[in-house]
Design a protein around this ligand. Structure first.
Ligand code: HEM
Length: 277
């Protein structure tokens, strides 16, 4: 009788352990990081939920959401110039506010923004949540530095702020059009960018052939279109540091100016709104 009771008690204990394990597993889901997103958007990009991101909340697998885009920063982690904990504290989280304010009221640099794009793995379901306020009481009263301005511009280009469609924009200086361009936005990505007009100091660049002295300048302009193809909108800001985008012809002196003109024409197009659907 006693041994029967012991066997029965043991059986009940065993069953309850098994049931507990099943229930815990059902509630927590698979604890292993999932490789893919929950779905794909029209652009073939993975779409994740914050729950998916939350699973990658440690140094061994560190995902963050910044401006509605999901990044797998695991491999970048050892390169980040702070104590590891400063960076890992945000793993698995919506981290736009930390990205836009390094703790001193200033956002990350354009160089850091260019790094970030290498780790993009998808977008957040439903687009960017409203980011936490960027400005501290101090930074609001201080004049904006170059980095601050870039951070604010990046926010302006957050996915969802512009409709898909074809855009046309110009850079005009002293009454003359220097750069006129056209591009499509598809899922917030630049597609089919081309120049309609490229003119500077009596030179019509679009009419040049490869024997022209200034042909390398035209090549740089073309490299911009080639290298922005399929990139997210904010990639235009890489042109503030053109060495990230085009080959050198003159120590990047002219390329810096040309990059600024392209950014300006691009943003002119966005301001004008969709030219055709
Ligand atoms: C989201 C959480 C993040 C936090 C809290 C954070 C924090 C910081 C802090 C405090 C600094 C200043 C270090 C110093 O001056 O000694 C810094 C610098 C830097 N961080 Fe981050 N960071 C984050 C994400 C990132 C990401 C995702 C990248 C790039 C993929 C990145 C790239 C850099 C770079 C390149 C610098 C050098 C300064 C600059 O270029 O702005 N950080 N970060």
């Amino acid at each position: 009788m006693t041994s029967n009771r012991i066997a029965y008690t043991g059986f009940v204990a065993f069953v309850s352990v098994v049931l507990t394990l099943v229930v815990v597993n059902l509630v927590q889901g698979n604890p292993e990081p999932t490789a893919g997103g929950t779905a794909e958007n029209a652009d073939g990009e993975s779409v994740f939920r914050l729950d998916d991101v939350a699973e990658h909340n440690h140094a061994g697998s560190c995902w963050k959401v910044i401006n509605g885009v999901v990044y797998d920063l695991t491999e970048y982690l050892p390169n980040h110039p702070t104590e590891e904990e400063v960076f890992t504290r945000w793993c698995g989280k919506e981290a736009t506010s930390a990205w836009l304010d390094k703790g001193n009221g200033r956002p990350h640099s354009p160089r850091a923004a260019a790094r970030l794009e290498d780790y993009r793995i998808g977008v957040l379901e439903g687009g960017a949540p409203a980011p936490a306020p960027v400005e501290t009481a101090d930074s609001a009263t201080q004049p904006a530095t170059g980095d601050d301005r870039l951070g604010r511009m990046l926010l302006g280009l957050a996915p969802g702020n512009y409709l898909d469609g074809t855009y046309r924009g110009n850079f005009i200086d002293r009454g003359l059009i220097q750069v006129s361009l056209q591009f499509r936005l598809e899922g917030g990505r630049i597609k089919g960018m081309s120049y309609r007009h490229l003119f500077y100091r009596d030179e019509d660049y679009l009419k040049m052939d490869s024997s022209a002295e200034l042909y390398p300048v035209l090549r740089q302009y073309q490299q911009i279109t080639e290298r922005l193809e399929g990139e997210p909108m904010e990639a235009i800001f890489r042109l503030y540091e053109p060495e990230n985008v085009v080959d050198d012809i003159d120590g990047y002196t002219g390329a810096t100016l040309r990059g600024a003109k392209v950014i300006s024409a691009f943003r002119d197009g966005l301001n004008r709104g969709v030219y055709s659907w």
